[in-house]
Write a protein that binds this ligand. Sequence first.
Ligand SMILES: C[S@@+](CC[C@H](N)C(=O)[O-])C[C@H]1O[C@@H](n2cnc3c(N)ncnc32)[C@H](O)[C@@H]1O
Length: 349
Amino acid sequence: MKSKNHDKEMHDVYAKIYKDFYIFSEEALNYTRRIILKNLTESNISLENIKNLNVLNIGPAREARVFSELGAKNVFHFDISKTAVNALTKLKESDPIFSNIHSNLVDACAPGALKTEKKIDYVYLAGVLHHLHDPCQAIKNILACISPESKLFFRIYKSGSFGFYITDFIRKFITYDTQSEVHKTFSEKFEINDYSKQLEADLHDNFFVPILNLFDPKEIDKFFQILDFKLIHSDDYVSYDHSSIDHSSQGTTLIYETKNFELSKLSRINEFPSHLDQIEDVTYSEEFILNTNILMTRFLKNINLYRKKEIINLSIDLYKESQLYRKKEYQSSESNHLRIQKFLKNKYF
Ligand SMILES: C[S@@+](CC[C@H](N)C(=O)[O-])C[C@H]1O[C@@H](n2cnc3c(N)ncnc32)[C@H](O)[C@@H]1O
């Protein structure tokens, strides 16, 4: 069940960090064009073919615009954010070239929420599935709109990276109402530059977005196999790797196709894979990771003993340590854990 403030919080988190997306800045569009072209190639869809496709997209407007520009027949866009939907409505009003975009303000997880006038050939959900409060219902809603032959593209957060191990811990104690103190403390700790601005926007997303699920891609595969979808593209997956490598190790791409989808298949599914708690649900063999888990668990048990300022300071310090890959600084899994343990043992407590 979603929380009382879920819709507003989901909107506000992205309204704060996606301003450039909603005004369609050239930088935001260029990035999206590059990524979508790469993802279409991975999906075995040629530029020539796009004009035959009805696309379904959830997201902060820029992807829907790029699919329209690339010539999709129709782009059916849905989002829970009025800022995203308003951006596309304004865009359509300003230029009839975008009249193939149909944007709707909805919670994609509400039963029967997604209605499209045409059957969908390509579903594009990048960075969305792991933020849905009821992914099973959302997938049922989406699949109710697809044509018998269609493709599904998902970019998801995966369980097992060091960055998300730390984020998952912080989300157990940082609350939405501490936003202004978190940002104030962040600005006391860091000079403003391109690196710290990016770090702060990501921190805001990871700390405060109402839902952040970390999935095992293999479990997601099982879910789609039950529906007779075939995986046509995926990345390698190991259950965890806490060395710091590149950003892409935090997420993974899954692309499916089906040749004979029919609605009756939806009765085969009633549960989507769950979030994997990074302390409890991953089996670690290294002693240094088990030691960090012990320190984290102890901290959570005693959290009432610490002042709010100390807790906020710790969360920012840990987050910063978990993001060193952004500076292309390779850190072994052991060195990552020893630094985290130092913070949990000494710094404040
Ligand atoms: C992280 S963003 C996707 C970013 C996108 N890949 C991009 O780079 O442009 C997640 C999007 O999912 C939307 N969203 C989250 N939960 C939703 C729900 N239940 N129904 C509809 N939209 C939802 C958010 O409003 C947001 O626009």
